[in-house]
Design a protein around this ligand. Sequence first.
Ligand SMILES: [Zn+2]
Length: 428
Amino acid sequence: MSKILIRGAKVLGGEPQDVLIDGSLIEAVGTGLSDEGAEVVEADGKVLLPGLVDLHTHLREPGREDSETVLTGTRAAASGGYTAVFAMANTFPVADTAGVVEQVYRLGQEHGYCDVQPIGAVTVGLEGKKLAELGAMHESAASVTVFSDDGKCVDDAVIMRRALEYVKAFGGVVAQHAQEPRLTEGAQMNEGIVSAELGLGGWPAVAEESIIARDVLLAEHVGSRVHICHLSTAGSVEIVRWAKSRGIDVTAEVTPHHLLLTDELVRSYNPVYKVNPPLRTERDVLALREALADGTIDIVATDHAPHPHEDKDCEWAAAAMGMVGLETALSVVQETMVDTGLLTWAGVAERMSFKPAEIGRATGHGRPVSAGEPANLTLVDTEYRGSVDPEGFASRSRNTPYEGRELPGRVTHTWLRGKATLVDGKLT
Ligand SMILES: [Zn+2]
């Protein structure tokens, strides 16, 4: 592999510097670096970040290749500036054995757009009844460290306790989709003023908050590590803040859509806004932004949830829940967190690369932009503004809530271990 000189990039938003890549590694970072023998990428004014890491992606393969595959999902990831994604276990078959997680891991390696780290199911078939083979998945070629029944909540407290005990032995983590099932039976949207006016089944905040409260206490009791998926309410923030103040080993994520959109949008009855957990209120959105800024919420994770047209283009009650997110995540974070003054680009790097890599133990990712480190990098034109056109997505699905919406920022280049996966906004 040859040398690449990225010239004049604002590394993590700082002063312009040159970054020289040699093979798979960063060789030097500084000013006035020689471009001899190197391909030059003029990055004047652009921001250079460590390759983004998504702890929560649904790649759908095996089983739902009509909505996404490992290939199309990792191409979408590279387009969005990601160099590693964690693939959720709710596939068909479920990723609850060493065989399935190894298959997903290998597909990621073969395609080469982005590293794929499979997440293992906590329970067999995501049924919540019997622990899956957590140890065998950890010891497999995929070396799974994150376990989740995402899409479903591990609602049985004894199973949750056992899972936390089990993963503790090898430093793993259980990622909980916090949704008390009985409190959300028939729920269609956030429970509140809008749901009452529309007559749609409400999804109360307490259904999320009660599970988070229980699980941080279980994590404390067991002395293990728990991660909370897609926090969506102001109350959840308060519980996590309290847990951290007690020294409980808890981390939490928020999705881009929960940082921007509210349940008022459901008045349109457009199923593109139907998502789990549901869009909440303005008050929740503001609390989530503040919590992401002050570190109570550790990371941004996309919950990229592709669905084919026929599963979304139907009446509200029948529509599938979820939104695609890999290709718009950074723009939404710029809009809600950077352009509002809540976060610097260094803060974005922390929450979208360093910290998610650390939580998921993604080796070689979330590393500083400095000499000797793997060249996993993303270059962003932060001055760009444009409206979102789903037709241009690399994802196989188009269920974005941002169609036609103007958002700032555009990823122009992504490098995975020195190999360009995205050049001038085009996949290689
Ligand atoms: Zn979920």
